[in-house]
Design a protein around this ligand. Structure first.
Ligand code: T3D
Length: 264
């Protein structure tokens, strides 16, 4: 399955592998790539036998954020309204990743800068090649972290580290990112794709409804008190307990065999 060339998509073993594909620009975002990526996330959401997504980049980078050649004002042209691009392109993308009722794994294969870093961090499980770097590049061009960066960074690594990364634009290597809890783990470069693939495949054969509810509960927890969270866990568990996968999981346990989850 292939779409517009800025994004490649391939169904594999129950999951959709989506590859950002503008390697000569380090997979920087233009409007076409935004729309192609969102189109593939929609396919993932609407296709029953796609039960996880794996997002990665082609070539040596994951994504260098906004394509700055589309922001050239050297001919005296007026500055673009970046509020509009956030409203129409970046924010819907982050919302779509967070709302997708399936696990989204990000395999950060190289540098992830600007919005490229924060879109990676918006995914559910982030693996990175040891050589990858995360760069809050915004301050270097006079901007603020976007794509959820000012929300995600302090929650993941605390205010002190969030502010320092955002204000200095210093690169953070993958091992430190993992040590700080910014990502799940750093792996040797040559193992990244196989490790991400086997994780995606494992999650794709999991209890999809339960995983989706887990994702939502953890995301929602950031904004609400324990009391409310306990209520939400009760409601989500009630629904999970009515799924076929719950019955199958318990039966498989009692019969001492691997569960065969169907995602229903
Ligand atoms: O605008 C809006 O809509 C608002 C939203 C903003 C969201 C944002 O993401 S703002 C932040 C934009 N991104 C950046 O500021 C990062 C710019 N890139 C870099 O700082 C560096 O390229 C990297 C640190 C990512 C990688 O450095 P390095 O030394 O490994 O590679 P390089 O040589 O700088 O780049 C290789 C090529 O990719 C080069 O092209 P060339 O010379 O080979 O023709 C470079 O120009 C191009 N490239 C890299 N990043 C971008 C880019 N071209 C356009 N836009 C880029 N963001």
């Amino acid at each position: 399955m292939a779409t517009a060339e800025t994004v490649l998509a391939e169904k594999q073993d129950g999951f959709l592998r989506i590859t950002l594909n503008r390697p000569d620009r380090l997979n920087a975002f233009n409007e076409e790539m935004h729309l192609a990526l969102r189109g593939q996330l929609k396919v993932a959401a609407e296709t029953a036998d796609i039960r996880a997504v794996l997002l990665t980049g082609a070539g040596r980078a994951f994504c260098a954020g906004q394509d700055l050649s589309d922001r050239d004002m050297r001919d005296g042209s007026e500055a673009p309204d970046l509020g509009v691009t956030l409203e129409t392109l970046y924010n819907p993308l982050v919302r779509q990743i967070r709302a997708l009722e399936k696990p989204v794994i990000c395999a950060v294969n190289g540098v992830a800068a600007g919005a490229g870093a924060n879109i990676a961090l918006a995914c559910d499980i982030v693996l990175a090649a040891r050589s990858a770097r995360f760069i809050q590049a915004f301050s270097k061009i006079g901007l603020v972290p976007d794509s959820g960066g000012t929300w995600l960074l302090p929650r993941l690594i605390g205010e002190a580290r969030a502010k320092a990364l955002a204000m200095t634009g210093e690169p953070l290597n993958a091992d430190t990112a993992a040590d700080w809890g910014l990502i799940w783990k750093a792996v040797p470069d040559e193992e990244l794709q196989s490790e991400a693939q086997s994780l995606a495949s494992r999650l794709a054969s999991g209890a999809t409804k339960g995983l989706a509810a887990t994702k939502k509960l953890i995301q929602d927890a950031a904004d609400q008190p324990l009391d409310r969270q306990l209520d939400d866990e009760r409601d989500a568990q009630r629904l999970a307990g009515r799924s076929s996968d719950y019955k199958e999981g318990v039966s498989a346990f009692l019969e001492k065999r691997p569960a065969r989850f169907t995602g229903t």
